[in-house]
Design a protein around this ligand. Structure first.
Ligand SMILES: CC(C)=CCC/C(C)=C/CC/C(C)=C/COP(=O)(O)OP(=O)(O)O
Length: 305
């Protein structure tokens, strides 16, 4: 059975034509010529948070559907998720591993829909880590086909629901057709403003920091900056999360009862509130998400001050 987001049934719309210069295929060109939106330090993020949020449109219906107890003024603007426990979910049911991943996609769709409804602006999900390449070949191939299928089937929803898709990670390792699909989808949805889904594929925090350092080193080598110019702000302009105008994650959720960050957004999680849920990702639904958000709203964020 094909999956779909549950906003309402929709025909598939094909994404518009490809980018002329996909950034990850021409990193040298990108580093030297492409303008990047400036990001500030975590502290400045907190201070400018409100102003940035106003840049996105909030539909009246988004703000009216908050469950009892959840405060609009304390909502995280950016939530990150480590979607762990898909294979365990399948094994517990004597199902093949791929059923666990498929159930994981359904869970992601539910959470995206809820984010749109409750006015969360960005959701970053760890869909495939740099280390996941070492999983059995058949599993890796299945995941690649799942990413392709998932993105193709939801393309129409992204347009109709005003959702922006961004993909971060070392995409050069992905099958060519999938790279092209992702670049097209990113380009086609880049002006959508209701909600942004950031999918981390072939990604790790180490990879992100290293590629940012390489870009800065190249700029220094070309004489565009001095090594002493390098600071938090310049570094953040080169991180892959420069694809969003919004601050770094306010809240990180990891499912399946594991208490680790597992190399996800190491730089960006510096001031993020952490929440660990016992549920396996395919079981993580609205009630669990609400619990995580309510817990977040109890936290006092001090940014070391
Ligand atoms: C279209 C799109 C973005 C799809 C996302 C699909 C999805 C849910 C990917 C998660 C992949 C993954 C390696 C999860 C880790 O848990 P695990 O499966 O390794 O679970 P385990 O800890 O039980 O082994």
């Amino acid at each position: 059975m094909p999956f779909s987001l549950h906003f309402s049934p929709t025909p598939l719309i094909t994404a518009p034509s490809p980018l002329s210069k996909p950034s990850f295929l021409v990193p040298y060109y990108h580093t030297l010529h492409a303008p990047k939106s400036p990001l500030c330090s975590s502290m400045e993020h907190a201070l400018t948070h409100q102003g940035k949020q106003e840049a996105f449109d909030l539909r009246p219906e988004d703000s009216q559907t908050l469950p009892l107890g959840l405060r609009r003024d304390a909502m995280p603007s950016h939530v990150a998720v480590i979607m762990d426990g898909n294979r365990r979910w399948a094994r517990l049911r004597d199902l093949p591993v791929r059923s666990g991943y498929e159930a994981g996609v359904e869970s992601l769709r539910k959470i995206v829909e809820i984010c749109c409804k409750w006015g969360i602006k960005v959701l970053s999900v760890f869909a495939f880590s740099s280390d996941n390449w070492f999983r059995p070949k058949v599993e890796v191939e299945f995941l690649m086909s799942l990413f392709e299928r998932g993105m193709q089937e939801d393309t129409g929803i992204f347009f109709r629901e005003n959702i922006r898709i961004s993909v971060i990670g070392d995409l050069t390792k992905l099958p060519k057709a999938l790279q092209e699909l992702m670049v097209n989808l990113e380009e086609a949805t880049k002006n959508n403003t209701r909600f942004q889904l950031i999918v981390a594929v072939s990604y790790s925090g180490h990879y992100d920091v290293v590629q940012a350092c390489q870009r800065l080193a190249l700029k220094a080598k070309c004489g565009l900056i001095e090594p002493s110019d390098i600071n938090v702000s310049l570094m953040e302009q080169e991180l892959e999360t420069n694809c969003t105008e919004f601050p770094h994650p306010d809240l990180l959720i990891r499912t399946s009862g594991e208490f680790r960050i597992s190399n996800f957004m190491l730089w960006q999680l510096a001031y993020t509130e952490l929440y660990f849920a016992q549920s396996l990702w395919p079981d993580f639904g609205e009630a669990e998400f609400l619990k995580a958000l309510l817990a977040f709203q109890q936290r006092q964020r001090r940014y070391g001050v």
